[in-house]
Ligand binder design. Structure first.
Ligand code: ADP
Length: 476
């Protein structure tokens, strides 16, 4: 299978390609993705630029019909598309199907949102003058996405971009072209006019950077690493280009003495290890008060050693492989650093399975302190560390002792502490007795501090990024 670029409604090959390998089975080649060049990304931007005015003038019904078509087809094919996703990214089949369904629901949600975009009409402070506040599309938006949610993240950027009347150029992550291609194929058949949506594969520092640098791209929405995000921010700021960043997390899960132990362990296993820990909302820091600490760690160890790590498509697999060799080596490096700094590491070995893949046992690092690198830097693997604290006050202080602020969780039966934590956790999303990862599709997603920049994604709040506000004054 060749994953081609979609430019101005035409599918285009490139001379060079990138091989798409299944991380559960390195002998399984899914296909070859185009490697776009400067001419192709410029052609995609041209196509979007030409198509943008007509789409900006489209009716809400046209937008609804397109988005509803896309959402309907994704949902109808969730088994097949979810299988493809799991095969190229390595999350379990249940997770792949779940993510695909979520992408479909996002398109359905924004189909509805295109009918609900509203403005305001106010009386002026001046006699007889009318004031009207409306939202307009931005023009061409450049969307740059990571590999860990190959269909849901493109969906939650493309759907609002189109719903609010923008033209799109998508630059997906190099590791997961199949899902982006399948999504583009559906979009291409949705009735959307040619050129409103374009897809260009290729290396970030070339194709992504060209999007960021083009004066004809009005705004950039990026999800990925902190280092890349900072570079994009600097480039956009220099051009006064609108941008939105979703980057890393170092999300705390606080477990208090009065927590239901089973709930706390399940929330931690799910939050830290599902999706192989490759989620920006993963609970990588488990902050546990003294009286429950030892029981919590013992039960968590039991659960971790029972987790079945294996081929993403095998029905009994609970944890799929790590996405690639580079990420696996990074995980191992961090475990070594944690050990060198005095943490006690259990798990984390490479695992042999029937097929050759990037299999790694989940790892828990205990007896850590907030100052250790394992608690300060995002690892992005099936690894969590435990920090022992005295009481709630110290737990909150440690939870907030981070450069990140995406998601924060607490397990407790105390209404007082839960309410205080909701108010004072420095994070864009707070979870009580629930995992830090796994969120609804119709409400805002995003963080504070070093995790995110710009308006929130998803839900009706997405309009803040994908539209610009105009205030009109009229003396009739
Ligand atoms: P990761 O390390 O998880 O792959 P990255 O931030 O490198 O995270 O990648 C996220 C997305 O950003 C990918 O689509 C990647 O190709 C793209 N990207 C990488 N470098 C740049 C860059 N300099 N400019 C624009 N996009 C980039």
């Amino acid at each position: 299978m060749n994953y081609r670029n979609l430019i101005g409604g035409a599918w285009q090959d490139t001379a060079e390609t990138l091989t798409n390998v299944n991380p559960s089975d390195l002998s399984d080649i899914l296909g070859h993705a185009a490697l776009g060049d400067a001419a192709q990304i410029n052609a995609a931007i041209d196509a979007a630029h030409s198509a943008a005015p007509a789409w900006a003038a489209s009716t809400p019904q046209q937008r609804f019909d397109v988005l509803d078509f896309i959402g309907t087809e994704i949902l109808a094919r969730k088994q097949e598309l979810g299988t493809l996703l799991s095969r190229e990214e390595g999350k379990t089949l249940a997770e792949g199907i779940g993510e695909t369904a979520r992408a479909g629901q996002i398109f359905k949600f924004f189909a509805g949102e295109s009918l609900r975009l509203r403005g305001d009409k106010l009386a002026s402070v001046r006699p007889n003058v009318e004031v009207e506040v409306t939202r307009s599309p931005l023009g061409v938006v450049g969307l740059i996405t990571p590999w860990n949610f190959p269909i849901a993240i493109p969906a939650w950027k493309i759907a609002p971009a189109l719903a609010y009347g923008n033209a799109v150029v998508l630059k997906p992550a190099e590791l997961v072209p199949a899902s982006a291609h399948a999504l583009a194929d559906i979009i291409a058949r949705s009735g959307l006019p040619a050129g409103v949506f374009n897809l260009v594969f290729g290396p970030g520092r070339k194709i992504g950077a060209a999007l960021v640098d083009s004066p004809r791209v009005t705004a950039i929405s990026f999800t990925g690493s902190v280092a890349t995000g900072r570079g994009i921010a600097a480039a956009c700021a220099a051009q006064l280009k609108k941008f939105q960043l979703e980057m890393g997390g170092k999300n705390p899960m606080v477990v208090l003495d009065d927590a239901d132990l089973d709930v706390a362990v399940e929330a931690s296993v799910n939050g830290a290890f599902y999706s192989t820990g490759q989620r920006c909302t993963a609970s990588s820091r488990l902050i546990v008060t003294d009286a429950i600490h030892d029981r919590f760690v013992a039960q968590l160890h039991d659960r971790l050693s029972a987790l079945r790590v294996g081929h993403a498509l095998a029905p009994d697999t609970q944890i799929g492989p790590v996405v690639d060799a580079r990420q696996l080596e990074q995980n191992e490096r961090y475990l070594q650093i944690a050990q060198d700094e005095g943490g006690i590491v259990q798990g984390g070995a490479r695992l042999i399975r029937a097929t050759e893949g990037f299999y790694m046992a989940p790892a828990l690092v205990t007896e850590t302190t907030s100052a250790m690198r394992i608690n300060r830097e995002e690892v992005f693997g099936p690894i969590a560390s435990v920090i022992r604290v005295r009481d709630y006050d110290e737990a909150l202080a440690v939870a907030n002792d981070t450069d990140f602020g995406l998601s924060a969780g607490i397990c407790t039966s105390s209404l007082k502490h839960a309410s205080h934590f909701r108010a004072h956790a420095q994070a864009g999303m707070v979870m009580v007795n629930l995992p830090t990862a796994g969120v609804d599709y119709h409400v805002p997603f995003g963080g504070t501090k070093g995790s995110s920049f710009g308006p929130r994604e998803q839900g009706s709040y997405a309009a803040e990024f994908y539209t610009t506000v105009k205030t009109a004054y009229t003396l009739p």
